[in-house]
Design a protein around this ligand. Structure first.
Ligand code: PLP
Length: 393
């Protein structure tokens, strides 16, 4: 593994990169295919297409450089890029489970993940068992001989609930199935998922890693041998991310630490002010002592992240008014970009769930999710305050 600088900002700029020779910028190699010298030369590269550049669906130099950058940044042995966060999730699950197998998944995940597990994975014959967040510390009891994967998301979207990593692994014991974590909302900087013991760590790179809302990509990190089946599947299913996207991602990752620091600081300040606002019944942010996982966050996720959810009044109408009255914060269905974005989970990220399911996991119709950007916090607060002022108390 290349030298890993200890500071997270230094790692974002330099991890896995050697700038002492050549240009300082990451090289973009847009080729989709590489030439052979002769017929005798065809066999060897095709046999070793995981190690040699033959065809960009298998691998390409730009993607490889970004994978090394990301692995080094996160302290993982290796990383694989995918065409989206969902492609990374799909390949992770399908490389581990087939018909007749059992999969344990936390019930609080991104709505698209729930949809994938139900409509693709369970429909394909895998028994998917959703476990409520509060019961994840006792997961060991639910493991069966046929359990091929445990999948959790932490922090969860949109309530920022945290899985207690220590109790999760203690409950699973030594002879456990592989455990995968969707760590998108924490980035590799916010929590040390490698040290915690996760076998496969997933990110929607569309979010904080890219950071500028100009690309769609995903990543899975882990030990090389653990990633081998995913690499083999990616080659066949064609879910690799292309060179131009990888290049943009590599550029975005260089500034991750700076963006993350500002976004988390802004989010904490806004969460505190929202909590004190008379029109806001409840704020969900792990940096607030009112959050159920505040104590855990202090040791496992001390940056607290840059997503917060708040109840924008008593009902859907109030939420709609606040949502529609925002002038600076953009109404958009994503997160992690430099610009602050608001979303109504019940109609956007979690629309695939029924109203009862949303209520059960704590997503009422009056809830808004804010992905906090890098703007000046006073401008963001002025916008939120005027939008909240549009509701009748
Ligand atoms: N995981 C989480 C936590 C997400 O929020 C999202 C998308 O919002 C995804 C995965 C899916 O990522 P993508 O949109 O890059 O496919």
């Amino acid at each position: 593994m290349p030298h890993r600088p200890s500071g997270s900002s230094t790692r974002c700029v330099h991890a896995g990169r050697d700038r002492r020779k050549g240009g300082l910028a990451l090289s973009l190699s847009p080729a989709s295919v590489y030439a052979f010298d002769s017929l005798a030369d065809v066999d060897r590269p095709l046999e070793r297409s995981d190690e040699v550049d033959v065809y960009a669906r298998y691998r390409h130099p730009t993607g490889r450089a970004v994978e090394e950058h990301l692995a080094c940044l996160a302290g993982a042995e290796d990383a694989l890029l995918f065409s989206s966060g969902m492609a990374a999730l799909t390949e992770t699950v399908l490389a581990s489970c087939s018909a007749g197998d059992h999969l344990l998944a936390s019930s609080e995940t991104y709505g698209g993940t729930t949809e994938l597990l139900r409509r693709v994975v369970a429909a394909g014959g895998v028994e998917v068992e959703f476990v409520p967040f509060g019961e994840l510390g006792m997961l060991g009891k639910l493991v069966r001989p046929s359990t091929r994967l445990v999948f959790v998301e932490s922090p969860s979207n949109p309530l920022l609930h945290l899985v207690d990593f220590e109790s999760l692994f203690a409950s699973l014991g030594d002879t456990r199935p592989p455990v995968a974590l969707d760590a998108t909302l924490a980035t590799p900087l916010g929590q040390d998922a490698v040290q915690a013991g996760f076998d496969l760590i997933l990110h929607s790179a569309t979010k904080y890693l890219g950071g500028h809302d100009d690309l769609v990509a995903g990543a899975v990190l882990g030990r090389r041998e653990r990633l081998a089946p995913l690499r083999a599947r990616r080659r066949i299913t064609g879910t690799n991310c292309g060179p131009h996207t990888a290049w943009l991602l590599g550029r975005g990752m260089s500034t991750l630490a700076l963006r993350w620091e500002r976004q988390c600081a802004n989010a904490l300040e806004l969460a505190r002010r929202l909590e004190a606002h008379p029109s806001v019944p409840r704020v969900h942010y792990p940096g607030l002592s009112s959050h159920p996982n505040h104590a855990l966050a202090l040791r496992q996720f001390p940056d607290f992240g840059a997503i917060l959810a708040f109840e924008a009044g008593p009902d859907l109408d109030a939420a709609r008014r606040v949502h529609d009255a925002l002038r600076l914060v953009v109404r958009a269905p994503s997160l992690g970009g430099v610009e602050s974005q608001v979303l109504h989970p019940a109609t956007a990220s979690h629309r695939a769930l029924s109203a009862e399911e949303r209520e059960r996991i704590g997503i009422p119709d009056r809830l808004l999710r804010l992905s906090v950007g890098i703007e000046d916090v006073e401008d963001l607060w002025a916008d939120l305050e005027q939008a909240l002022g549009s509701t009748p108390g």
